[in-house]
Design a protein around this ligand. Structure first.
Ligand code: NAD
Length: 429
């Protein structure tokens, strides 16, 4: 039975291009229709399981009391504990967190790890906050969402503007309430607190593995391939470094402050040192500045958007000149832009596959915490490669056999896996 009559988003037409939840749902709708998904299951998978909004009162360094807003959303937990990062940013909204939570459900299903999807966020501006203020926000947020958290129920991780230190505070706060040390409550922790070797690099490394698969599929030699990276943080910085180490030419990168270019390829190891010193890519010796909005339009074979949502839209998709787009970020491309990229024959490795290396090694971290036995980095990377390569090939196979683009194929693989589990488990009433 078709679900098209149930959808409130017309196929391919998004009500608001910049609303990430609607972008995500229009892709889900398309996959559901192609899978002929049961209308009841469609309704279950379309709505988040739980949405929590919390107030976070914090005494600032200047003595004033500020109340921040925080969110934690569980999209679906049929396949296992809810898994998803926590984002600190002034731009965080409930709609964004809902989209990110659903993406986590699909992402865990695409790489076939036993987690459901969650996401959290706090509306705050970490750049203007002291370490003390950040710690207080983190701890109070953790205590406000405590009822959802647990190694078997909800396991947070880092996302934009949250890092190993924030994860350490979350682990400590949860552990103080539990009256024992619970390392498996978060992933992305410092290695000395039970973090996994290779976790910090995992998302960028995962991008490397799927880019190599895409290059091989399209018959493009890796050596000398020109790469452009938008966003030079955890994902973009590591991806650029690993791609450069493999002989590719990273010709342009950007961050939230600006963009730089060198047609011969930037020296990424030196650029990482420059960013560690100055906190920005600008003014890097051996590069020329370019306009930030030009970065995505730079001539290259591989474009890696690794910053934030809604960067490739109906307004600029037609001017993109890359052969391959590897979505390091979550939701960098709007649903309206998908069709334009298709028309240009651009091969897109969608976010829920391309950046799944992070959650895959988070899963490895959780497993290691629970077995109390820690793996070598070589073992982590080898297992990560196997999962990323196999997942890419599963999606490519679906794309070729069902004659759909990689985005739709990704959603079809993911939705089918989640729906299968729901059918097996049935509905508890
Ligand atoms: P980060 O905070 O480490 O880095 C973000 C980078 O993007 C910074 O260089 C920042 O300056 C830049 N940036 C922000 N806004 C920008 C803009 N408008 N234009 C250009 N650059 C901009 O964050 P991260 O962990 O690297 O995450 C980046 C993206 O990857 C996010 O969408 C995140 O959800 C996604 N992601 C991260 C992980 C992970 O393991 N860290 C895993 C999966 C997905």
């Amino acid at each position: 039975m078709s679900v098209s009559g149930v959808a409130n988003v017309d196929r391919g037409i998004v009500l608001d291009e910049h609303n990430p939840y609607e972008s995500m749902m229009s892709r889900f709708d398309r996959a559901a229709e192609l899978l002929d998904l049961d209308p009841g299951l469609y309704k279950i998978l379309r709505a988040p399981d739980k949405q929590l909004i919390v107030s976070i009162p914090v005494r600032l360094d200047n003595g004033e009391l500020e109340v921040f807003t925080g969110y934690r959303v569980h999209h679906n937990i049929a396949r296992g504990p809810a898994k998803g990062g926590i984002r600190f940013s002034p731009q965080v909204t409930l709609e964004e967190v809902k989209a990110l939570a659903a993406w986590m459900t699909w992402k865990c299903a695409v790489v076939n790890i036993p987690f459901g999807g969650a996401k959290g966020g706090v509306v705050c501006d970490p750049i203007t906050m002291s370490m003390r203020e950040l710690e207080l926000v983190t701890r109070r947020y953790t205590s406000e969402i405590m009822d959802l958290l647990g190694p078997e129920t909800d396991v947070p991780a880092p996302d934009i503007n949250t890092n190993e230190q924030v994860m350490a505070w979350i682990m400590d706060t949860y552990s103080m309430h539990a009256r024992r040390t619970v390392s498996s409550i978060v992933t992305g922790k410092p290695v000395s607190l039970g973090g996994s070797l290779g976790r910090r690099e995992a998302t960028g490394r995962g991008c490397l593995f799927v880019i190599n698969e895409a290059l091989a599929h399209l018959g493009i030699p890796a050596a000398g391939t020109r790469v452009v990276v938008q966003g030079f943080g955890n994902v973009g910085g590591v991806a650029a470094q690993l791609l450069a180490q493999q002989g590719m030419r990273v010709v342009a990168v950007s961050d939230m402050y600006g963009a730089i270019y060198n047609s011969q390829g930037l020296d990424i190891d030196r650029l990482l040192q420059h960013v560690a010193r100055t906190r920005a890519v600008g003014d890097f010796e051996g590069s020329e500045p370019i306009a930030s909005d030009e970065i995505l339009l730079t001539d290259c074979e591989v474009l890696v958007p690794a910053a934030v949502e809604n960067q490739i839209t109906s307004a600029n998709a037609g001017s993109i000149r890359a052969r391959i787009i590897c979505e390091g970020a979550n939701g960098p491309t709007t649903a309206s832009a998908d069709e334009i990229l298709d028309r240009q024959g651009i091969f897109v490795i969608p976010d829920i596959l391309a950046n799944a290396g992070g959650v895959t090694v988070s899963y490895f971290e959780w497993v290691q915490n629970r077995e109390g036995y820690y793996w070598s980095e070589e073992r982590v990377n080898r297992r990560l490669k196997k999962i990323m390569v196999n997942s890419f090939r599963d999606v490519l196979r679906t794309s070729l056999t069902r004659e759909v683009n990689m985005r739709t194929a990704c959603y079809m693989v993911a939705v089918d896996r989640v729906a299968f589990i729901h059918r097996l488990r049935g509905i508890y009433a």
